[in-house]
Ligand binder design. Structure first.
Ligand code: PMP
Ligand code: GLN
Length: 391
């Protein structure tokens, strides 16, 4: 008898991402989906028209592996307009199939066996398996709720000469933190002597609230030669299914990320690239308006959830509000979410999958990138359920 195929243990050992799990349960149970982070209204018609026209008229064959010239130029112009960065579209910009692929390109380009990748938890769930599949060891920094503050001691404890890259997500999914200059300066002071690079996941760069400015780690003195920035058109234009992302940064770093990209996807749909190029040039007003609309939705949800007895963490950006369930339940975050989706018909996401260890397990995430009436209906359902049943 021959032996069966063997699997890569990194991927074979993984569960299904919590976002897919909760979305499937939402569908199955007829629940309102405040779990997976996607808007329930599509972004600008003009952007979709630009892509549709490009589909009809072409080009429809392989675009250049680094991305179409029009989109690379638009990404560089956007970075100049909003951050003052001067990127050379030919050498310092790489278009990818979503930020997920961009992150993989950056990690594969920088990390290898014998090296380490530092993740800051709560951390987006793709970082760890990709770093591990590159052969790197993952070291973690855990941010403590409710402040989720980045502290020198915890960073300095794990960054060293073996560190290939530190992954920093600001604004931070799921905690809604926007790292301040002082925290990023600490990052620079700790990272610089180690020789490590920084991968800055800035997919929510425009979604910050109450005037809190988004600051890219690349803007911090000492980091200008070592930050790969990751962006996502899906988040800017409420077109998450398009999966158009990009990497910007110093040429040498972008070059190595582009080497990984040529064998991950090689390129991205030309029509979608041209649609996003149009959006970056003509529809940033949509993105800035989205930020204001989201802030109002955050406020609505925050006050309603507080009335229902949830203890909320501060939310400075992203699509997400995080709450403690301890005032309501002694269950784990996962059990609480599984019960709520079935019984209250509202889907949330537990925070524990964003940590390597089982704790903290008392926090849940509400996505508020939904229509006002959907948020209101979710609150009505929660209210009814919590009144009926002491949770
Ligand atoms: N990073 C973070 C922090 C995210 O929340 C997401 C998903 N929304 C991504 C990366 C992936 O973005 P994309 O859909 O463009 O692949
Ligand atoms: N980023 C989205 C979230 O945090 C999910 C993206 C995905 O499902 N891959 O909900």
């Amino acid at each position: 008898m021959s032996a069966g195929p063997s699997f890569n243990p990194i991927f074979a050992g993984l569960g299904t991402t919590i976002f897919s799990v909760m979305s499937a349960l939402a569908l199955e149970n007829g629940a309102i989906n405040l779990g997976q982070g996607f808007p329930d209204e599509d972004g600008p018609v003009s952007v979709r028209e630009a892509a549709a026209q490009a589909l009809r008229t072409g080009p429809n064959q392989y675009p250049p592996t680094r991305g179409m010239g029009a989109l690379r130029a638009a990404i560089a112009a956007h970075a100049k307009r909003f951050h003052g960065f001067d990127f050379d579209p030919d050498r310092e910009v790489l278009v990818t199939s979503g930020a997920t692929e961009a992150l993989a390109c950056c990690i594969y380009g920088l990390a290898s066996a014998g090296r380490e990748v530092v993740v800051i938890e709560p951390a987006y769930d793709s970082y760890r398996p990709i770093a591990q599949s590159a052969g790197a060891e993952v070291r973690r920094v855990v941010l403590e709720p409710p402040e989720f503050e980045l502290r020198r001691e915890s960073l300095a404890a794990v960054v060293g000469p073996r560190t290939a890259a530190v992954l920093v997500n600001t604004p931070l999914n799921p905690a809604g933190r926007v790292f301040r200059r002082a925290e990023l300066e600490v990052l620079a002071e700790v990272v610089r002597p180690s020789g490590a690079a920084v991968i800055a996941d800035e997919v929510y760069e425009h979604l910050t609230f109450d005037g809190v400015p988004h600051l890219s780690p690349l803007a911090i003195p000492g980091l200008e030669d070592r930050v790969l920035r990751v962006g996502s058109a899906g988040k800017m234009f409420s077109l998450t299914g398009w999966k158009v992302g990009w990497v910007t940064g110093p040429a040498a770093l972008v070059e190595v990320a582009a080497k990984a990209h040529q064998f991950l996807t090689f390129t991205t749909s030309p029509a979608l690239q041209l649609g996003i190029a149009y959006g970056l040039e003509n529809e940033m007003g949509f993105t800035l308006g989205l930020r204001d609309a989201l802030q109002a939705k955050r406020d609505f949800l925050a006050s309603a959830l507080t009335e229902l007895g949830f203890e909320l963490m501060p939310c400075e950006g992203t699509y997400f509000l995080t709450a403690s369930i301890r005032t309501l339940s002694a269950e784990s975050d996962r059990d609480f979410c599984l019960r709520l989706v079935k019984e209250a018909k509202v889907a949330l996401v537990p925070l524990s999958p964003f940590f390597e260890t089982a704790t903290p397990d008392h926090l849940v995430r509400f996505a508020f990138c939904k229509r006002q009436e959907v948020l209101a209906e979710a609150i009505t359902r929660l209210q009814r359920y919590l009144q009926k049943r002491k949770v």
